[in-house]
Design a protein around this ligand. Structure first.
Ligand code: FES
Ligand SMILES: [Fe+2]
Length: 361
């Protein structure tokens, strides 16, 4: 099992939930989400405790959910309030309710111990409130791969030269070293490519005449949120690391929601510091992101397919793996703190990964 339970995960964009009973699976748990008559989102286990019919196959009656088989009826807290044919309600007639929070158009669900569901832990960024920035929603991309494969990809600026040659990368970055470090539960991986032609994305949106300085900072907030701070500025400005706002700067956000051990939904969106009122530009950027993230999907699904079989030779260890190795250690720590264990060994020979990460720290 590779899941961290005590965490907020993105259930979906808030606008996609209404009065319809919406079934989804997160961390292998079936969940049904709907809005009450006052508009509050409710998440219950999607399984009737009688004969296990998914409650999403039942019907909403006001603020109660009636099972589609024998009519057991549950309120928004998951408590059974009606058993047709009898007046007493068995104590066991209750379904689990999951804590939900709605923030910035995103619906978050807490998958662990409800007592520990602290809304202050929900990811946020000051740029959401800053008029110099515009937020633009993207898609929910299903990737047939374990979420750790996606998480590694989001601690890995090196792949863009090879996977995204027309949008986010170009050959100029191939041999530029990468810095990685851990800050608590966050892994930061970064590099600058100075004085090189702009990549396709910034040719399209940056209006640059000559060479640019390009940066990538990948902040992975374990277990599920990635912020990719990337941008370009004209090389003759020679901007310092902390002056990234002087360039064309974006935050690409990825919220990973593990569905099962081999399937993940990546809700992605962006914030940008240019053309704040130009929705068309946001859409055009999303077109490029869509192309790039489909390229990631193809790679990550092919890797998952290969992981169904045992390795035939030991893995090669290289310098760019450091961010990914740190990430796996953070996740391992989180799972162990919940009393579980993340066995890295069958997937990636975790002991060796640990050594590589520690050697570089
Ligand atoms: S299965 Fe739900 S009431 Fe029987
Ligand atoms: Fe990528």
């Amino acid at each position: 099992m590779t899941f961290v339970r005590n965490a907020w995960y993105v259930a979906g964009w808030a606008e996609s939930f209404g009065r319809a009973l919406t079934p989804l699976t997160i961390l292998d748990e079936p969940i049904v989400i709907f809005r009450s008559e006052t508009g509050d989102a409710v998440a219950l286990a999607d399984e009737c405790p009688h004969k296990r019919l998914p409650l999403s196959k039942g019907r909403l009656k006001g603020d109660t959910l009636e099972c589609g088989y024998h009519g057991l009826t549950f309120d928004c807290s998951g408590q059974c309030v009606r058993v047709p044919g009898q007046s007493n309600i068995p104590q066991s007639a209750v379904v689990r309710r999951y804590p939900l929070e709605e923030r910035r158009g995103i619906l978050w669900i807490w998958m662990g111990d409800a007592e520990q569901a602290d809304p202050a832990l929900i990811f946020d960024l000051p740029a959401f409130d800053d008029p110099a920035w515009a937020a633009h929603f993207g898609d929910a991309l299903t990737v047939e791969s374990n979420y750790l494969n996606l998480a590694e990809n989001l601690c890995d600026p090196a792949h863009v030269s090879f996977v995204h040659p027309t949008t986010l990368g170009n050959p100029e970055s191939e041999d530029v070293p990468i810095e990685s470090h851990r800050e608590g539960r966050t892994v930061v991986t970064s590099r600058w490519i100075r004085d090189a032609p702009p990549v396709g994305f910034f040719k399209a949106f940056g209006n640059f005449q000559g060479n640019v300085d390009r940066w990538h900072y990948y902040f992975f907030h374990a277990p599920c949120t990635a912020v990719i701070d990337f941008g370009s500025a004209a090389s003759d400005l020679a901007i310092a690391e902390e002056d990234r706002d002087r360039g064309v700067r974006l935050f690409a956000l990825h919220f990973l929601t593990p569905v099962s051990e081999t399937r993940t939904v990546d809700h992605w969106m962006h914030l940008r510091n240019i053309a704040q009122d130009d929705e068309t530009m946001g859409d055009q950027m999303n077109t490029q992101f869509r192309l790039a993230f489909d390229e990631d999907k193809a790679i990550l699904e092919a890797i998952q397919e290969r992981e169904r079989q045992p390795r035939r030779q030991p893995p090669v260890r290289i310098a760019i793996d450091r961010g990914a190795n740190l990430l796996r250690l953070v996740i391992k720590d989180m799972i162990e703190s919940e009393g579980g264990a993340l066995d890295l060994a069958p997937r990636r020979e975790g002991k060796a990964a640990e050594k590589v990460a520690q050697a570089g720290s």
